[in-house]
Design a protein around this ligand. Structure first.
Ligand code: 13P
Length: 250
């Protein structure tokens, strides 16, 4: 069954085994909701250990990127096949930091998604405009193109698209509720032939603003960088999502 929301913490190039065990301690009190999946996305070398320590829990583990090929002469790259073998649940592809520093183009991202699906891993596909595109009033067209070129139409597996405006990442600035709603709806319209689609928001999500972000109707979760490194805060964000969804049940 597909949950309603996904809350994922992208550790980026931070932390190691010590912090993984700290995380595990903080999340001893974690009460998983069937409505919201939780995922941590640590650096590659500790994914296997993370899978091991969370095997009896509902904590999912993801990777921050991977190659689209299943094997071959690609020094330093990691294959979706290997990630599947070690039990990886999610993989981010097309993060803006990978697009700008590691040449992950729209075509690369699309091919990676196809390989991930083939290996039963859920892709988290990032899209988002630069400050410059926003300034030019070009956000709508930019996202439309990025979505159509990066996301393959898949009808039998869950696809997660994360709207992460580049100018919002790590800056403390977030788009207005109306802007987020408009872009999420655009993404949904562009991909309306994908039956299992989740559109989540990323960029400066924290404990203070998460309630407001979760209450935007088209937001189905969050991809969190900085605030996911503070484990108590990350847990509080998860619990805020649970509280929000529970408020509809009464
Ligand atoms: P911040 O939450 O630090 O802005 O990072 C967002 C992000 O890039 C998650 O992938």
């Amino acid at each position: 069954m597909i949950s309603i929301m996904l809350i994922a913490g992208n550790w980026k190039m931070n932390y190691g085994l010590k912090e993984l065990y700290d995380f595990s301690n903080t999340f001893k009190s974690f009460e998983p909701s069937k409505d919201i999946d939780l995922c941590i996305i640590p650096p590659f070398p500790i994914i296997k250990e993370a899978k091991h320590i969370f095997q009896e829990t509902k904590i999912n583990v993801g990777a921050q990127c991977c190659h689209y090929k299943l094997e071959g002469s690609f020094t330093g790259d990691v294959s979706p096949k290997l990630l599947s073998e070690i039990g990886c649940d999610y993989v981010i592809t097309g993060h803006s930091e990978r697009r700008s520093n590691h040449f992950e183009t729209n075509a690369y991202v699309k091919n990676t998604v196809l390989s991930l699906i083939n290996k039963n891993i859920t892709p988290i596909i990032c899209v988002g405009e630069t400050q410059e595109e926003k300034r030019k009033g070009n956000t709508f067209n930019f996202i439309k193109k990025q979505v159509s070129e990066s996301v393959p139409i898949i009808n039998d597996a869950l696809i997660v698209v994360a709207y992460e405006p580049i100018w919002a990442i790590g800056s403390g600035n977030i788009p207005s509720e109306e802007e987020i709603e408009k872009i999420h709806n655009l993404i949904r319209e562009e991909l309306n032939s994908i039956p299992y689609l989740k559109v989540i928001y990323g960029g400066s999500v924290n404990e203070k603003n998460c309630k407001e972000i979760f209450s935007i109707p088209s937001v189905e979760g969050a991809l969190i960088g900085g605030a996911s490194l503070n484990f108590k805060e990350f847990l509080a964000i998860y619990n805020s999502g649970v509280k929000y969804l529970n408020s509809f049940k009464r």
